[in-house]
Ligand binder design. Structure first.
Ligand code: NAG
Ligand code: NAG
Length: 213
C-alpha cells in the first residue's frame, strides 16, 4: 500500500517536472526586428544600432500608450518550422521593468507560467516569416519592453506547443497615458458619493412610482 502511494507520488512529481519547461530548454532560432515606429503620427526608422537601455529615460525611442505603434518583422529558419506551425507575437517587459514586481515576473523554470509578456498582439501568423504591428494599448505602465515571437508547432495530438522563439534586440520605452485629469477625478468622486443615493432613488422609483403609473 505504502509503495503504491510512493509510486503515485513519484508519478505526480514526474508529471509536474515534465510539464514545466524552462526557457533555457526552448531553442531560440527566430529573428525579430523592428522595421518602423509611429510616434506622434510620424513614421521613424528602427533604432540603429539597437537600443539596449532597459532603464526609463535611457534613450530608447519613447512610444506613447494608446497612440503610437511599432512594426516588426519576424522569421524562423525553415528547419525548425513544421507543417501547420504558426507564430504569435507578444510585447514583454524588460528585466528592469519586471524586477521586484511579482505580477510581471518572468519564470525561467516554466515559461508557460511567465508573467513578463502580458501583451499578446498577434497570433496564427504565417510561417516562416511575416510582419505585424503592435498598437501600444491604453492600459500599460511606464516601462521598457521588447517584442518576442513564439513559434507554435503542432503536436501529434493536434495541440500546439511553443517550440522556438526569437526577440528584438532593441528595447523601446513606453510612456503611459496621462493621469486622469483633476476635473475627471472630481466627477468620479461625486459619482461615488452620489451613486448610493441614485441607486436608492431608482429603487424607490421602481418600487413606488412605476407601480402606480
Ligand atoms: C537553433 O538554435 C540552437 C541554439 O539555441 C542551435 O543549437 C541550433 O543549431 C539552431 N538550429 C537551427 C536550425 O538554426
Ligand atoms: C515585411 O516588411 C518588410 C519591410 O517593411 C518587407 O520587406 C517584407 O517583404 C515583409 N515581409 C512579409 C512576409 O510580408
Amino acid at each position: 500500500m505504502a509503495s503504491l502511494a510512493l509510486q503515485l507520488c513519484a508519478f505526480a512529481a514526474l508529471t509536474v517536472l515534465a510539464s514545466a519547461i524552462p526557457i533555457s530548454k526552448v531553442p531560440m532560432n527566430g529573428t525579430v526586428m523592428v522595421t518602423s515606429l509611429m510616434m506622434g503620427g510620424q513614421k521613424s526608422p528602427a533604432p540603429s544600432p539597437p537600443c539596449t537601455a532597459m532603464d526609463l529615460g535611457g534613450g530608447c525611442p519613447v512610444l506613447q500608450a494608446a497612440e503610437d505603434s511599432v512594426s516588426v518583422s519576424y522569421s524562423f529558419p525553415a528547419a525548425v518550422v513544421k507543417p501547420g506551425s504558426y507564430v504569435s507575437l507578444t510585447a514583454c517587459y524588460s528585466a528592469t521593468s519586471s524586477y521586484d514586481r511579482a505580477w510581471r515576473k518572468p519564470n525561467p523554470n516554466d515559461f508557460t507560467k511567465s508573467k513578463d509578456c502580458p501583451y499578446k498582439f498577434a497570433t496564427k501568423l504565417p510561417v516562416p516569416s511575416g510582419n505585424a504591428t503592435w498598437h501600444v494599448p491604453e492600459k500599460i505602465p511606464d516601462s521598457t519592453i521588447f517584442i518576442r515571437a513564439w513559434l507554435w508547432n503542432q503536436q501529434p495530438d493536434g495541440t500546439f506547443k511553443q517550440a522556438n522563439f526569437g526577440r528584438t534586440k532593441t528595447y523601446l520605452e513606453i510612456k503611459k497615458i496621462n493621469d486622469i485629469p483633476t476635473s475627471m477625478k472630481g466627477a468620479v468622486i461625486a459619482c461615488c458619493l452620489f451613486s448610493p443615493i441614485m441607486v436608492a432613488a431608482i429603487m424607490c422609483y421602481e418600487k413606488y412610482v412605476k407601480k402606480n403609473i
